[in-house]
Design a protein around this ligand. Structure first.
Ligand code: SF4
Length: 61
């Protein structure tokens, strides 16, 4: 599973709270640290995508 963060990200930090192994806040938006996402973090990554207030986490299978 691959994931990216689009430019609508508001840098709120929710994704980093849910899955810090994959997401890390950068200066203006969240960055993806592990791509492809390791299998053990896929579920957390999907949860982060669901909880993202701006729907900025794009999952690319
Ligand atoms: S949860 Fe969404 S808006 Fe918030 S930092 Fe992560 S990608 Fe950006």
């Amino acid at each position: 599973m691959k994931v990216r963060v689009d430019d609508e990200c508001s840098a709120c930090g929710v994704c980093e709270d849910i899955c810090p192994e994959v997401f890390e806040l950068g200066d203006e938006k969240a960055e993806v640290k592990e791509n492809p996402v390791p299998a053990e973090y896929e579920e957390q990554c999907r949860e982060a995508a669901e909880e993202c207030p701006t729907e900025s986490i794009i999952i690319e299978e």
